[in-house]
Design a protein around this ligand. Structure first.
Ligand SMILES: [Fe+2]
Length: 367
């Protein structure tokens, strides 16, 4: 999901900026606004250094964030084609208006420094307080955007990024994107991207960082599996590794059961090889037959993994809880609790089939 997908679009107007003195605070307003999904920031005084900092962040972390400095706040407020929200501790609680605000066509959110002129209180359509106590305008803006967009900030993706930070239990997990932006990649019919290009696809179609982390864990799982399998077994290694990376690409649009179908369509739309589209389409649970599909409201079709690569990817996906490897029994229990006995049985069948064919024990790969 991209900031451009969020409704209503938000622009932030920062008032009372004093270049030199407020550089840090205004930079933080801009970075916070960007990371929580706002489209851009308007600042009342021209500030070249602010432009430089924001541009560097956008270049490195992606997206299309806009910054305009040297604007006239009065003119911006008067001419804004939407509702104006002023964040102030003197205003009304956000809870009173959040539903209404979600329904607005677009919002201009005014955050001021210490003193905000009286006309802002009068001209604003909403004066909103995050608390009735003095605090920072940066934190007010964070809470406001978090509530407005339903806490979606951790799902946001910024296309064109050179670096993506992934969630990590400890330390730092940062990936560098070496492939050019998706718009510049060659997308010919039957294209099988390499690993770098597949990562670029994930980022540029809007896959949330936590899902990218899961996809990378799936690829690592596949690599460990390949290291244990005899070379006599015919596996298309590239298909397996890139398929592992791309199997959840549909979660850029939906975390529901339809993400397999969506992923397949998305990859076909990019001209990616049909075998990879099928990996995405058939990886749900341990596959869905026509009856499951119609019960779940999916387009009528058989989504059962057929090729060796499809089966391996489905299976390792079932042995991953987010990015951590877990025994298949964890998945089986979850399915049985939900009354999905058929899925559990099919997953067990796949495990037995793969363990025999590949001469490995999946539990030994958990580590
Ligand atoms: Fe999935």
């Amino acid at each position: 999901m991209f900031p451009e997908d969020l409704k209503p679009p938000v622009w932030v107007l920062r008032m009372g900026h004093r270049p030199g003195r407020d550089k840090r605070v205004t930079t933080h307003v801009a970075l916070l606004a960007r990371s929580f999904g706002a489209r851009g920031v308007l600042v009342d005084r021209r500030d070249e250094r602010l432009h430089q900092t924001v541009e560097e962040v956008v270049k490195r972390f992606g997206g299309n964030f806009a910054l305009r400095s040297g604007v006239s706040p009065k003119r911006e407020v008067e001419n804004f084609p939407g509702a104006v929200v002023h964040l102030t501790m003197y205003g009304e609680p956000l809870r009173w208006h959040v539903k209404e605000l979600k329904g607005e066509e677009r919002l201009l959110v005014v955050v001021g420094a210490e003193k905000v002129p009286g006309w802002v209180y009068q001209k604003a359509d909403y004066n909103i307080s995050i608390s009735q106590q003095p605090h920072s305008e940066i934190s007010s803006l964070a809470v406001f955007l978090h509530e407005l967009y339903g806490g979606v900030e951790e799902e946001l993706s910024f296309p064109g990024a050179r670096e993506v930070i992934l969630p990590a239990k400890k330390g730092k997990k940062v990936i560098s994107l070496e492939a050019p932006p998706l718009s510049e990649l060659k997308k010919e019919e039957g294209w099988i991207p390499d690993e770098k290009e597949a990562l670029r696809i994930l980022v540029d179609v809007g896959t949330p960082p936590a899902v990218i982390s899961h996809c990378l864990a799936a690829m690592e799982f596949s690599k460990d599996l390949l290291a244990r399998v005899s070379k006599n077994v015919k596996i298309d290694e590239r298909l397996l590794l890139v398929g592992s990376l791309l199997h959840d690409v549909g979660r850029s649009r939906s975390h529901g059961i339809d993400h397999g179908v969506i992923g397949g369509e998305l990859l076909r739309g990019l001209g990616v090889d049909e075998r990879l589209a099928k990996v995405a389409e058939r990886h749900i649970g341990a596959g869905l037959d026509e009856e499951d599909a119609s019960r779940l409201g999916l387009p009528p079709k058989r989504y059962v993994p057929e090729t060796l690569e499809e089966k391996i990817i489905t299976h390792i996906d079932n042995m991953l809880a987010d990015s951590e490897r877990v025994p298949l029994s964890t998945f089986l229990e979850r399915m049985r609790k939900r009354g999905l006995e058929k899925v559990a049985r099919r997953a067990l069948d796949i495990q037995m089939e793969l363990e025999t064919l590949l001469d490995i024990k999946f539990d030994e790969l958990i580590g």
